[in-house]
Design a protein around this ligand. Structure first.
Ligand code: GCB
Length: 589
């Protein structure tokens, strides 16, 4: 699926701005910003925490010139379900809150004013991703209400989260471009597979370097091969992007033109190392969230730019899109700025008995996750949509199939095997695939790691276990890492999460006091003492880049406070500690 851009043959109307909004059981419309979550714009607790159906609407205008073209509406994402109507005609629907969708609306639009209406809902249940526990109850007034108890800690923000665009395309047009390549020293063989619609007789492809010099040209049909000499490779924190202009022709007339930017690098796992361009790469970075004040989970371009600059300031080189596909705007920024990305699906919360007995219904304690949940279809869909969307980005070096599934429970391997196979089959660039392992499924108990190319661990020794006892934490961590290495001697190991909640401004002379800024640093130092000695340990992604909003819970003080930065991006002391550390560790070991 191509990113929506205006070109010499395509026009774009960005519908970002003020829309009208209402909850389904209300009659009055009120203004709301798009893109953004509705939750934090509406003040009242019952609005913030609303679960159920909601409606958005706005107008757009079409000119006579636009009506000669095919017309599409494209949503960057709507969390979690959307049904779209244009001028009262139902156009289509999409389930899944973090991937784009597009509908052709040529037949439904007219000259001048048009109305777009989105009927959405934010319901999560045992068949959706992320997973939520859905129930209905009667409130004090006797009215029925819906409830979702998230099976994860981040707040279930909802609404039209990413830009909505009206996009014209010519009658015959380029629907998709898939780029693969083989790199041999300084030469690249670039293979292009085009998906084309309508009538055409040839396609021309030009590739330009960063100085806008043409470096390759070809003319042909849907599969073409081009050669680039003196290739400049895309490198972590030193990106180089080529521009590929694809033009569709009939009788020497150019019908459509689209330019895709792309970088080229190799990725390989060999001898416990993660090689990028044949050199062992060390991941320095974060798990993050799309989470800011006012916007909630909605696209916030200023925050994305600031975060990118803060990550550079710290000497970081990578992040994971925990726990869902991030906006295309962020992916394009990472590609441009050279951040290495572990690209994660929406598969979070795949554990039925996380709080067995205490949090969940004790009667359900013995029910097996893989028998209870019916997420397979949603999981297949998000893998396909994610890879389809992000396949050409050089910054994506690995797909994360899930975060912290119940991988020690019987049935886990059988659930994941077809999903890893699917991801490997869908990815034209054949990148490595992983899943992110939870502490409750440690080495020896986990059943899924054989499928994963890298051992990605979320570990909280010294925090959730051995709390504040860092010397026990170090021993336990060391023992577990060595055990993993014995089980899988050829797989590299990395942290995809490790961290301690830290309330900015809280200090103590006793550095072992949890929640203080001092402790956060001690916690990280203890972990580094262990991992710095292990040659097969290939990276550290802290939890989290910044504090973020969560559901309510006894573990959460107005949100998760494990950020190196606060939610408003002020640095905690640990942010400076990491700046020093990461600026002295090279990107390549
Ligand atoms: C985890 C989850 C992450 C949580 C984190 C925590 O393992 O993957 O989503 O926020 O722990 O802070 O508890």
């Amino acid at each position: 699926m191509l990113y929506p851009l205006a070109t010499e043959t395509r026009q774009l109307i960005d519908l970002s701005g003020e829309w009208q909004f209402k909850f389904a059981n209300h009659t009055d419309w009120q203004p709301i910003a798009v893109p953004a979550s509705f939750n934090d714009q509406l003040v009242l607790s019952e609005c913030k925490n609303y679960v159920g159906d909601f409606c958005y609407q706005t107008e757009f205008y079409l000119t006579p010139a636009m009506l000669k073209e095919r017309i599409f509406i494209r949503f960057g994402s709507v969390s979690h379900f959307a049904q779209v109507r244009i001028n009262d005609q139902t156009i289509g629907e999409h389930q899944g809150g973090f991937t784009p969708f597009e509908f052709e609306i040529t037949q439904a639009v007219r000259l001048g004013k048009n109305l777009v209406r989105v009927d959405g809902n934010n319901i999560l249940n045992n068949s959706t991703l992320p997973v939520g526990n859905y129930s209905e109850y009667q409130n004090e007034q006797g009215e029925m209400r819906k409830k979702v108890s998230e099976n994860f800690d981040f707040f279930n923000y909802a609404g039209i989260h990413r830009p909505v665009k009206i996009w014209t395309k010519p009658q015959s047009y380029i629907e998709d471009i898939t780029i693969t390549y083989e790199l041999e020293q300084t030469r690249a063989q670039v293979n292009v597979a085009l998906m084309l619609q309508g009538d055409w007789d040839s396609a021309k492809i030009r590739i330009f370097d960063e100085n806008d010099q043409e470096v390759a040209y070809s003319e042909g049909l849907v599969c073409q091969q081009l050669t680039i000499e003196n290739v400049v490779r895309w490198q972590p924190r030193n990106a180089y992007l080529y521009k590929m202009q694809v033009m569709l022709y009939q009788n020497e007339q150019c019908l459509d033109s689209y330019t895709e930017t792309f970088g080229m690098r190799t990725v390989e796992i060999k001898d416990n190392q993660f090689l990028i361009n044949d050199k062992p790469f060390y991941f320095k970075g974060y798990g993050r969230h799309e989470d800011t004040h006012f916007n909630g989970r909605g696209l916030n371009n200023a925050a994305n730019i600031l975060d990118t600059n803060l990550m550079k300031w710290q000497g970081a080189n990578s992040f994971r899109t925990s726990h869902y596909p991030y906006s295309e705007e962020m992916m394009r920024l990472a590609d441009r700025e050279g951040f290495v990305v572990i690209d994660e699906t929406t598969a979070v919360g795949l554990m039925h008995n996380f709080g067995a007995g205490l949090i969940n219904d004790p009667a359900e304690q013995d029910i097996n996750t893989w028998q209870k949940y019916t997420t397979m279809e949603a999981h297949r869909q998000v893998i396909k949509e994610l890879i389809q969307r992000d396949k050409n980005y050089a910054c994506v070096v690995m797909w994360s199939i899930a975060n912290e599934p119940s991988s020690a429970e019987e049935g886990a391997y059988e659930y994941f095997k077809p999903l890893f196979d699917l991801a490997r089959e869908c990815d034209p660039q054949k990148r490595p695939c992983c899943f992110v392992n939870i502490m409750l499924a440690p080495a020896g108990k986990d059943l899924v790691m054989a499928l994963s190319d890298v051992i990605c661990l979320n570990r909280y020794y010294g925090w959730y276990v051995n709390t504040a006892d860092l010397s026990q934490a170090k021993k336990a961590l060391q023992a577990e890492l060595e055990y993993w290495h014995t089980l899988f001697p050829n797989k590299p190991i990395m942290f995809t999460e490790y961290g301690a909640d830290t309330v900015a401004g809280l200090h103590d002379m006793d550095f072992n006091t949890p929640f203080t800024e001092e402790f956060q640093i001690e916690y990280y130092k203890a972990h580094h003492e262990v991992i710095d000695k292990l040659p097969y340990f290939i990276g550290e992604q802290v939890w989290n880049f910044a504090d973020f909003q969560t559901k309510y819970g006894t573990f959460r003080v107005q949100g998760n406070k494990k950020g190196l930065f606060t939610r408003t991006r002020e640095p905690k002391m640990a942010a400076h500690y990491f700046k020093e550390r990461w600026n002295s560790i090279p990107h390549f070991g």
